[in-house]
Design a protein around this ligand. Structure first.
Ligand SMILES: [Zn+2]
Length: 329
């Protein structure tokens, strides 16, 4: 019995020891866990405060809101990091008939200025701005229009003035002046950035002018889906041919299709093009009927994503003009 008692006692003792040990281990683990928790919490706090600091920095900047990506990129090059530039329409999105969302309005409400193209490009802009208390800069108010000559939009200005590098330089001047009036202390900064940016546009303009001047006159045609190239063709001495005048009315009528096909055949036009924001299906009919090549998608109403060929206005012009050169040469 005594032996048993001793064994039991030993057993109890050893169990107790195990329990004590376990408690010690548990305590140790808990202590470790607690320390880990405190440590993680501190990291979380510090990371969060970093994030908050950068967020506050971002939100401390005044917001400039553009109607579309091309304008936003031009503005970004003029204001650099001193302002936060946002675009209502995102890369790849069709702009003419865009329907602003409630979150667009929320985003816009924090901006001090809304910059749009005008010439009827943003069919939604008037209503959109009427819901906001922001200043508005409409670039087209200081531009000379080229008028649409056909159909529903006849006698209305063609909105796509930015498509010509020559007009792009005017966009820079107009935006620099408008923003300088709103924020006079930044005038010199805007003007200096504007000059550097315009030099880049001027280089593109000179190269394309040289190319056209050396091109046979009977090759100077640009065939596209949307009649979005009037400013480019006008400024560089090309003939413009298109399937429909404006994307907002992107209906190809049999009459227009026949007209385009006969012209491409008659003038022996080697390449035809379409735009990135619309289907090239109709232009492929012209390709099949005439034997002309499909020269590719040109970017007009919207930039591409960062990994695309037209991630900035400069890259968009370079991409378009390079496709046109390859196609019509
Ligand atoms: Zn368009």
């Amino acid at each position: 019995m005594e032996i048993f008692d001793t064994r039991v006692k030993e057993s109890i003792d050893s169990t107790h020891l195990i329990i004590l040990n376990s408690r010690f281990v548990v305590k140790k683990i808990m202590k470790k866990k607690f320390l880990l928790f405190v440590f993680s919490f501190l990291i979380f706090l510090s990371a969060n405060s970093c994030r908050r600091t950068s967020f506050e920095k971002e939100t401390n900047k005044e917001v400039i809101l553009a109607s579309f990506t091309v304008l936003a990129d031009i503005i970004q090059n003029l204001v650099k990091d001193d302002f936060l530039v946002k675009s209502i329409t995102k890369p790849g999105v069709e702009v003419h008939g865009y329907q602003p969302t409630p979150s667009d309005l929320v985003e816009a409400s924090g901006a001090f200025v809304f910059v749009d193209n005008g010439f009827g490009f943003e069919l939604w802009a008037e209503k959109f701005v009427s819901n906001l208390k922001v200043r508005r800069v409409t670039v087209a108010e200081d531009l000379n229009p080229i008028f649409i000559t056909e159909d529903l939009y006849k006698s209305k200005p063609n909105p796509h003035a930015w498509i010509s590098p020559k007009r792009g330089m005017l966009y820079v001047d107009i935006i620099v002046e408008s923003l300088s009036e709103l924020r006079p202390s930044k005038r010199t900064f805007f003007e200096e950035n504007g000059k550097i940016y315009k030099d880049k546009l001027s280089k593109i303009d000179k190269e394309f002018s040289l190319f056209i001047n050396n091109l046979d006159k009977d090759k100077r045609y640009l065939v596209s889906c949307e009649g979005a190239f009037s400013y480019l063709t006008n400024d560089y001495g090309l003939e413009e041919v298109y399937l429909w005048p404006v994307n907002a009315e992107s209906q190809i009528t049999p009459k227009r299709m026949v007209r385009t096909i006969s012209l491409v055949k008659d003038k022996k036009i080697s390449s035809v093009f379409c735009e990135s924001t619309v289907s090239n299906e109709s232009q492929m009919v012209v390709v099949n009927e005439t034997g002309a090549k499909f020269g590719g998608n040109l970017f007009v109403d919207s930039l591409s994503n960062d990994d695309g060929p037209a991630s900035s206005y400069i890259r968009m012009l370079e991409h378009n003009l390079s496709l046109i050169k390859k196609g019509i040469y």
